[in-house]
Write a protein that binds this ligand. Structure first.
Ligand SMILES: Cc1cc2nc3c(=O)[nH]c(=O)nc-3n(C[C@H](O)[C@H](O)[C@H](O)COP(=O)(O)O)c2cc1C
Length: 346
């Protein structure tokens, strides 16, 4: 079974569903001594199989497959549906796109997505938005796969402790992408990463992996010093050569450092953090469908924006410290982070 002490560098390149993760990125990070990840939530089993196969041909290092835990969802009233459609339709984006209310199934069958994972047995399997079934956790463990689950507060961490999972990913409010809260309707404590690590290491005996705003070796040393076992970094890898991040997303990360990030539900129906753009601004206070129906509904708009290289209407997920991003090959970034850790330590 995988142990974090086996890593050459205590870094997990974060799972990032929707394009940034590639076999080239994951294998470069794994070959440099970290963990390479895939956010497979929106992929078909065939694609998951292909990605894991390709990655295994490029590295013998540690790989992580990641999935969202979906909750049953139903369509809201007709009135809400119409308001949600109208909000998207009225956006002043160039070009034609169709918007429609998604039909069932609203989210993928996790058991089906896991078939290629059971075949390829990556070292790690992680989950976001909640705890998967006991069968899944037990099956992973019986195959020697280490299970990690995101927590944003103590109650979630305590539930993970009891689930049989092997480690906790502590996600601070600084993190880019979707907030991993289990219950989106409950009040979010919005705890900063450092405070969360300090609280969770007191309450849980599981290894705590720090996620949110970590961009340098100095940041990594800081979280290790307060009790984290490793760092999970997403935004830091988005401008790597090997990342499948869209062109406009990379351009905004590198050239729009004066913009701030904010949380929005408007892209997917669940709160996620990204660089402020026209879409976020124009969708403020507009009606949105529940997750992931809103995500499916905005798909055609986001696709058109990607074709037009228009960053104003794409989800530009990024953590609060994205202005520290570096554009370089992943191996170089891993080495730079390692050097910074050693320097800061000496
Ligand atoms: C573009 C992007 C996509 C993400 N997608 C996922 C995902 O599919 N699954 C997941 O568990 N976390 C996802 N996250 C969150 C990361 O796991 C992690 O919490 C976050 O990247 C840490 O903050 P940082 O981006 O400041 O490093 C995503 C983050 C980003 C930036």
């Amino acid at each position: 079974m995988f142990k974090f002490s086996q890593l050459g560098i205590p870094i997990i390149q974060a799972p990032m569903a929707g394009g940034p993760n590639t076999p080239q990125l994951a294998s470069a990070v794994a070959n440099a001594g970290g963990v390479g990840s895939f956010g497979f939530t929106y992929d078909k089993p065939e694609k998951i199989d292909e990605n894991l196969r390709e990655t295994k041909a490029l590295t013998n290092g540690y790989i992580n497959a990641n999935f969202f835990v979906f909750k049953p969802e139903s369509l809201p009233d007709k009135e809400i549906q119409l308001a949600a459609i109208e909000a998207i339709r009225s956006l002043p984006i160039k070009g034609e796109f169709s918007v429609k209310i998604p039909s069932e199934p609203y989210y993928p069958d996790i058991e089906e997505l896991l078939i290629p994972v059971w075949d390829h047995r990556p070292a790690i399997l992680t989950f976001h938005f909640g705890i998967p079934s006991q069968n899944i956790v037990q099956k992973a463990r019986s195959l020697g796969i280490s299970v990690g689950i995101t927590a944003t507060n103590i109650n979630e961490a305590l539930a993970i402790d009891k689930s049989g999972a092997n480690f906790i990913i502590a996600q601070g409010i600084e993190a880019g992408g979707h907030r991993g809260v289990f219950e989106p309707e409950e009040i979010d404590e919005e705890t900063s990463l450092d405070n969360l690590i300090i609280k969770l290491t007191k309450e849980s005996s599981l290894p705590i992996i720090a996620a949110g705003g970590i961009m340098s070796g100095i940041d990594i040393n800081r979280v290790l010093k307060i009790g984290a076992t490793a760092a999970q970094m997403g935004t830091a890898f988005l401008c790597c050569e090997e990342a499948g991040t869209t062109k406009a997303h990379k351009e905004f990360l590198l050239n729009k450092k004066d913009r701030e990030t904010s949380y929005t539900k408007a892209f997917s129906g669940r709160r996620a953090q990204g660089i402020n753009n026209q879409f976020i601004k124009l969708m403020e206070n507009k009606t949105v469908l529940p997750f992931p129906l809103q995500n499916t509904m905005t798909g055609t708009l986001r696709k058109l924006a990607a074709i037009n290289n228009d960053g104003e209407y794409q989800s530009l997920w990024a953590g609060k410290s994205f202005d520290k991003i570096r554009a370089m090959p992943a191996e170089e970034l891993m080495l730079a982070l390692y050097e910074e850790m050693k320097l800061a330590d000496s």
